[in-house]
Design a protein. Structure first.
Length: 87
């Protein structure tokens, strides 16, 4: 008898999960993979993780770190091009 299946599928089928059920699960997962590739879902997921960790920070720590980084940067830099429109 010749088995034409990958070793993992044979091992799963031997443990009691039928090969037809395994194929059905694979058929259900294929559209999910296509959706994540077509919709750039990974970029949304990364943005949500970053924003969630920023919003989860203590407010005082967030404000202090913002001031430590951006105030010296703004003091050294020349005014932005749109600043003359406001003057």
């Amino acid at each position: 008898m010749t088995v034409i299946a990958p070793p993992m599928r044979v091992a799963i089928c031997a443990k009691g999960i039928s090969c037809s059920r395994l194929a059905a699960v694979g058929a259900m997962l294929k559209p999910i993979g296509e959706y994540t590739k077509a919709s750039n879902f990974l970029y949304l997921f990364i943005a949500v993780i970053i924003l969630g960790s920023i919003f989860g920070m203590d407010r005082q720590v967030l404000v202090k770190s913002f001031l430590k980084i951006f105030v010296p940067h703004a003091a050294v830099r020349s005014p932005p091009p749109w600043a003359r429109l406001l003057a």
